[in-house]
Design a protein around this ligand. Structure first.
Ligand code: PLP
Length: 271
């Protein structure tokens, strides 16, 4: 008999994010991360993108009504243990996700927002009015946010240039959004340390080591999905951040070169 190791005991985790056909980032990458953590993955697409490892060429947001019905359809059918939110593309899509969170009954502590604003290739992945709505409506509905330095800067309208700037800017964001847990991902710092500020005001740095590789596409997606999986599995905040950081580092180290640009991590390296 084939052993049923994923269903039905596994938590169902939902990614609300964009589709990257190269599967380095976006929903298909998130599903691989969930599978690597023995969770069952659900996916609601916010936007189709035309992209490869060489960058994003085109973005087509889905109809907000289609997304609304997808989310409601899934929630009517089964219990969703946690949600990871990634690329949202437009303000109406942000609004649909906020409406869903308000009514879903899923605890904010199990909702992780990766505030995807721009691809590394420089393409906008969320409109300006979308960024404003994310700040005012969506952020207060989630328990976790995982900005990189540029995203932290956009969320707070404050310059974040160096490691030393991060604690004060994260404190400023925490003061504006009570109850928020913040992980600033330091992939662009040297060394690439991450910073955690939990909702009780405790702070901690997580040291990283620079890995020389071209396989860095979608590291933010992988980190936020792994963080969600570990939180839903019962880890404390520092345990979950440390485990998600190790997972991403190991998946980068295990990556094989794919494509001629920035390739994917090896999300399923444990297989
Ligand atoms: N495409 C989609 C659908 C994404 O969600 C993301 C990032 O989250 C990207 C592209 C950009 O990934 P990267 O910045 O690693 O190129």
């Amino acid at each position: 008999m084939i052993q049923n190791s994923v269903l039905p005991q596994s938590p169902a985790l939902l990614t609300i994010a964009g589709f990257d056909p190269s599967s380095g980032a976006g929903i298909t990458a998130d599903l691989k991360v969930f599978a690597a953590h023995r969770a069952y993955g659900l996916a609601a697409i916010t936007a189709m993108t035309v992209q490869s490892t060489q960058g994003v060429r085109r973005v087509d947001p889905v109809s907000p009504e289609s997304l609304r019905q997808t989310l409601n359809c899934l929630a009517e059918d089964l219990p969703i243990s946690g949600i990871k939110i990634g690329m949202l593309a437009t303000a109406p899509v942000v609004g649909v996700v906020a409406d869903f969170l308000e009514n879903s009954g899923i605890p904010a502590a199990n909702v992780v927002l990766d505030p995807v604003l721009e691809s590394s290739s420089g393409r906008a992945l969320l409109s300006w009015d979308g960024i404003n709505l994310l700040k005012t409506r969506l952020l207060p509905l989630v328990g976790w946010v995982t900005p990189n330095l540029d995203e932290l800067q956009s969320l707070t309208d404050t310059q974040v240039e160096a490691r030393e700037d991060i604690p004060a800017v994260a404190a400023d964001l925490a003061a504006r959004i009570p109850g928020l847990n913040i992980v600033v991902t330091g992939g662009h710092l040297d060394p690439p340390d991450d910073f955690l500020r939990t909702s009780d005001g405790a702070t901690r740095w997580f040291p990283g080591q620079r890995i020389e590789t071209r396989s860095t596409h979608g590291t933010g997606c992988a980190f936020s999905s792994a963080l969600l999986a570990r939180l839903v599995a019962g880890d404390s905040a520092p345990q979950a951040v440390a485990a998600a950081k190790s997972y991403v580092a190991e998946a980068m180290q295990a990556a094989v070169p794919i494509g001629s640009g920035r390739g994917p991590l090896n999300h399923l390296y444990k297989l």
